[in-house]
Structures are given as structure tokens and as C-alpha cells.
Design a protein around this ligand. Structure first.
Ligand code: OGA
Ligand code: NM2
Ligand code: ZN
Ligand code: ZN
Length: 360
């Protein structure tokens, strides 16, 4: 039995077409589906088909004699008869980067971003493409970081607050709140879900030290996959535990240091030397896992991946916390004050999509 048709050299299953009927019985004015996919006749057949200059008209056989119309634009947009998947397209739109980005970090002016939609769109699209962008001329008024988040989305409040003060304090609950250097990491891997975006805003720069390190974890993961395939496999398949505990929070989550989707695309990185718990792996995998972890860290911290910069007062970085690792190098001398804040990708992508639709 024939279960599909061919239109402009692409195959479309009859059932897929019936399910995606755009008529007013099948779609609410909001665009949302009205019929229940699981209740449609799986053996649906076509009685009559008409190719017009605008698209395809179909009369379905059987009792309901339903009529569908598919515009040629709709069919072109949804030609699933191809190798490339949505995940692949998403990965293709990313620009992986290494140390060469040092002098080319996407950089925008706060005042332009808040007053010009085109500038804002480029800022947000940079975060989607590179996983990070820098803002300059951000007022050093405490709390401004919340206004920056308000430009594209919503604050992700955690046990650290709406925003957190990165300052050296006496009784620190986290190494963050000491002057100690921090190797490249992603924040909060002990949380599920992990905050997908992070912002760091410099209010006061240290007299010396307090250097910011950044690395594209997806780029480093591809180097590991190419040069140490077994190591990549271990980090992408064995879960380890991450933990954080203080007076007001007990957090724990198990995850892979490199997360991949079923198609093999890297989707997230979880690295945090401070908070990864004692490895609890099968005996035979313990040393190979350590070796793999060390290899990945040396790639990340090495000369090919890492970018360093010292944030000046009024500078802010916004980055994807599941892709771009950050760290702090060289013990800070003198007062240093950053404000940090978490947010999520969905809000940023939504704002970028609205601006892209408006300005294209
Ligand atoms: C942190 C952190 C960065 C810095 O606290 O997790 O990455 O520059 N801080 O202090
Ligand atoms: N702070 C800065 O994920 C981490 O524990 C990194 C987070 C305390 C909010 C530090
Ligand atoms: Zn219909
Ligand atoms: Zn951090």
C-alpha cells in the first residue's frame, strides 16, 4: 500500500499530511492543533489530489471526505525528506571558537542596545551563535544587571538570590566568595535544571588580578572527540554527582560532563572542580575516567581554547552556562566587586526570534 506522495522531489507521508492539515477544523485561530493525532485514521488514503500554482489540494477518502490545502511554502519549509535534522541545523548555526576570539569577542554598547532594536537583535544573536557577548558602558549602579536581563527575558532566582554579589567575604559558603582563582567551569551543575544563561557585571575592578577566563566547551569537546575518542565517550556516557550544601540549600544532581543528544551532537557541558563529588564509577572505569577528565581539562585550559580578559567597571558578560565555561585567574589584589545573575535561554531566544521577525 502506498503511504506517501512525492511533491517537488520530496516525499510526504499521507498520515503526516493529514495530521498537519491547516484547515479551520484542524487548527484553532491561535495556530494550535484541534484534532487528536492519536485518533486520526492511520490508514488514511487520498481520493483526489490537485497541484495548483499555490500548493496542494487534497480530498481524503473515507467517511469524512476531509479537504486539506498545503501551500508550497509550507511544504518547502517542512521537507523532512532530507538528511539534515533540526538538531543538525541548530549545530550548523553555531560558530565554535578558540583563543583566536580574544580580540574579537562580540561586543555591544549598553546604551545602544537598550535604545535600538537592531543593536539588541545583534547582541542576542551573538549569544545564540557564539554562546557569549560583552556589553560595555553599563552603569555601575548596583542592580543594573536585573535591567539587562529585563531586556531579553527573566531572572532565574536561586538560593543565591535574584542576583549575587561576587565579593571576597570572611565566612564564604562558596569559593566564589573568596579571592581564590577558579579553573574553567560551568555554574550550578548540582542543580536540575541548570540555569542556562549567566551574566557577570563588573562594578569595581581589582587593583590587579581577578582576570576572567572563558572557553567554548563545545569547541573543546570536538577536539576531545577528534583526538581522544575513548575519553569523549567516557565523559559523554558516565554520570558523576555534583553537590552543594550551605545553611540554606542542599543541592545534588548527577549528570555527564559532556552531554550529547541521540544524534551525537553535544548539547551541554557540566564541569565544576569545586562541586563535583567523589566519583562513584565501576572499578575498571575509574582511572580511564580520571584520564579522560584530565585530558578534557587540559584542552579547555590550554592555549588553543582559552580566552582571557579583565573586566573593567561597567563591563558585563552574558554567556550560555551550558556551553561557555568561565573562570577566574590570578588572585585579586584590592577591592573587586562583580554582580552576577542567572537567566534562561528560552526568554532570550524568544526575544531574538521576535526581533528577527520584525527586522528581517
Ligand atoms: C564564580 C565565578 C567569576 C569571577 O563565582 O563561579 O565564576 O570572576 N566568578 O569572580
Ligand atoms: N555563585 C557565584 O556554581 C557554583 O557554585 C559557582 C555560584 C556562588 C552564585 C558559584
Ligand atoms: Zn483539516
Ligand atoms: Zn562561576
Amino acid at each position: 500500500m502506498i503511504d506517501h506522495l512525492v511533491y517537488k522531489n520530496r516525499r510526504y507521508h499521507h498520515f503526516w499530511l493529514r495530521d498537519n492539515c491547516q484547515c479551520e477544523q484542524c487548527r484553532h485561530t491561535s495556530g494550535q492543533r484541534l484534532h487528536e493525532t492519536w485518533q486520526l485514521n492511520f490508514a488514511v488514503a487520498i481520493e483526489q489530489i490537485n497541484a495548483t500554482p499555490l500548493g496542494l489540494e487534497i480530498l481524503w477518502s473515507g467517511d469524512d471526505r476531509h479537504r486539506s490545502f498545503f501551500s508550497k511554502q509550507f511544504l518547502a519549509q517542512h521537507c523532512y525528506d532530507e538528511e539534515s535534522t533540526t538538531a543538525q541545523q541548530e549545530a550548523d548555526s553555531r560558530q565554535l571558537w578558540g583563543t583566536a576570539l580574544t580580540d574579537n569577542i562580540p561586543c555591544f554598547d549598553y546604551l545602544k542596545v537598550i535604545s535600538d532594536d537592531e543593536e539588541k537583535r545583534q547582541w542576542l544573536n551573538s549569544v545564540i551563535t557564539y554562546g557569549l557577548a560583552k556589553l560595555i558602558n553599563v552603569p555601575i549602579e548596583p542592580g543594573t544587571i536585573l535591567k539587562v536581563v529585563g531586556q531579553f527575558g527573566y531572572v532565574r532566582t536561586t538560593n543565591y538570590g535574584d542576583l549575587f554579589e561576587v565579593l571576597s567575604v570572611k565566612k564564604a559558603v562558596n569559593l566564589a566568595y573568596t579571592p581564590i582563582p577558579l579553573s574553567l567551569h560551568t555554574d550550578n551543575p548540582y542543580r536540575n535544571p541548570v540555569p542556562t544563561l549567566q551574566l557577570l557585571h563588573c562594578l569595581v575592578k581589582a587593583d590587579s588580578g581577578g582576570v576572567t577566563a572563558l572557553a567554548d566547551g563545545f569547541y573543546a569537546a570536538e577536539i576531545l572527540r577528534r583526538d581522544y575518542a575513548e575519553a569523549f565517550k567516557l565523559l559523554a556516557s558516565e554520570k558523576v554527582d555534583f553537590k552543594f550544601a550551605s545553611e540554606n540549600a542542599i543541592l545534588q544532581h548527577k549528570g555527564c560532563m559532556i552531554e550529547v543528544d541521540p544524534g551525537g551532537q553535544v548539547t551541554a557541558i557540566r564541569i565544576n572542580n569545586r562541586s563535583v563529588a567523589a566519583f562513584d564509577l565501576p572499578f575498571a572505569k575509574m582511572l580511564p575516567y580520571y584520564r579522560a577528565y584530565r585530558q578534557f581539562m587540559s584542552i579547555l585550559q590550554g592555549d588553543d581554547c582559552k580566552v582571557t580578559l579583565t573586566l573593567a567597571a561597567g563591563e558585563l558578560i552574558l554567556f550560555d552556562n551550558q556551553r561557555v565555561l568561565h573562570g577566574r585567574e590570578v588572585q585579586a589584589i584590592g577591592a573587586r566587586h562583580l554582580q552576577g545573575c542567572y537567566a534562561d535561554r528560552d526568554g532570550l531566544r524568544s526575544t531574538a526570534a521576535l526581533l528577527n521577525a520584525l527586522l528581517d
